[in-house]
Each structure stands twice: as structure tokens, then as C-alpha cells.
Design a protein around this ligand. Structure first.
Ligand code: SF4
Ligand code: SF4
Length: 189
């Protein structure tokens, strides 16, 4: 024969957690309608940065690809040529093909540590899902930073210095037209 407690109290007690939770603050996030900002140094999608005149910082050296533990980066370098009007970066070489495979990438950030020109940085963007595999291989055009005011779409000549040394040293002198733009751009990366 069940006791009075077992008959009347125990069935109600089972809902104790439910009733208590009903009056607590809701912690559910309404993603994707309400997106919470990430931590400032969150490792999200990569970005290929530009110099303040629009030239690309990537020199096609492949150090990022060699540093990647997941073999997620593919780079093919090519030579700049002022004679042919084919200059995409200061110096000799640029990244002609640049791909990151987000099916493999673990967002560890080793590639951005390896990059000698700070061409490669990471944004806070974390929406890297899709319904097919091909679209998760990001091409250079998907990764390049947008052109900001004062930048020109490459190919074009070096507008900020006589040679790549002026760019790498940051000694743009009087030709620097948008230094604050450059800083803002870097901080986005
Ligand atoms: S974040 Fe890590 S895994 Fe992703 S491409 Fe860079 S080195 Fe490779
Ligand atoms: S992103 Fe950096 S490390 Fe990778 S190829 Fe370009 S310059 Fe080299």
C-alpha cells in the first residue's frame, strides 16, 4: 500500500525543476536572428589584406600552406611584371591562386603566424557552413579584403614607394595617402 507521501507529494515533486526553471531568466539565443558578437580575437574566416593603395600583401611564398597542419591551404605564386602591366603586389611575386579548404581548416591560426607580410589574418566571421563541399573551398576572390576608399583595384604600379622596401618598412613618406585607412584595415584582419 503506497504511503500518502508517495501518492500525493512524489508525483508533484517530480515537476520541481520544471517549475523552478519557468521563472528563471531565459538563456536561449535566437540564432541566426539574433547574432551575438564574438570575442575580439576569435579565429574566424581568413582575410587576404591589401596595402593602402590596393596592392595585395600576399607574395605567394606558400609559408602559410607549409605551416598548416590540416593541409587546407593551396597557393600558386606568379611573377609581377611592370612591363606587362601585371603588378598585383609590391616586389617580385604575388599569389596567383589562393585557396583555403574549410572542410579541412581547424581555425588554429598557425598560418597567420607563418605569414611574413601580414597578408593573411583572421576575421570574426564564423558562419562557415554550406550544403555542398565545393562552396567550402574559398578562392582568392572570396578571401581578399574589400577595396577601401583610396585603394585601386590591382593590377597597377606601386603607388606608395619606389620599391617593395618602402612598403615593408612602412616608409611611404609623402606618398602615403591613407595611413589611417591602412591601420583600420589591418585591425579588421
Ligand atoms: S587556421 Fe590552421 S588549419 Fe586553418 S588554414 Fe590556417 S593553419 Fe590551416
Ligand atoms: S598569405 Fe602570407 S604566407 Fe601565405 S603565401 Fe601569402 S605571403 Fe606567403
Amino acid at each position: 500500500m503506497p504511503t500518502l507521501k508517495e501518492q500525493f507529494w512524489d508525483p508533484i515533486a517530480g515537476f520541481g525543476v520544471t517549475f523552478r526553471t519557468m521563472f528563471k531568466k531565459v538563456v536561449t539565443e535566437q540564432y541566426p536572428f539574433d547574432k551575438k558578437p564574438t570575442a575580439p580575437r576569435f579565429h574566424g574566416r581568413h582575410q587576404l589584406n591589401r596595402w593602402p593603395d590596393g596592392l595585395e600583401k600576399c607574395i605567394g611564398c606558400e609559408l602559410c600552406a607549409w605551416a598548416c597542419p590540416a593541409d587546407a591551404i593551396y597557393v600558386e605564386g606568379a611573377s609581377n611584371s611592370d612591363a606587362d602591366g601585371e603588378r598585383y603586389s609590391p616586389g617580385e611575386r604575388y599569389g596567383r591562386v589562393y585557396q583555403i579548404n574549410y572542410l579541412r581548416c581547424i581555425l588554429c591560426g598557425l598560418c597567420i603566424e607563418a605569414c611574413p607580410t601580414r597578408a593573411l589574418t583572421m576575421t570574426n566571421e564564423y558562419e562557415l557552413a554550406d550544403n555542398n563541399r565545393a562552396d567550402l573551398i574559398y578562392e582568392k576572390s572570396d578571401l581578399l579584403a574589400p577595396l577601401l576608399p583610396g585603394m585601386e583595384q590591382p593590377p597597377h604600379a606601386m603607388l606608395l614607394g619606389d620599391d617593395e622596401g618602402d612598403y615593408y618598412r612602412g616608409s611611404f613618406g609623402s606618398r602615403q595617402q591613407s595611413g589611417d585607412t591602412h591601420d583600420r584595415h589591418e585591425s579588421e584582419g
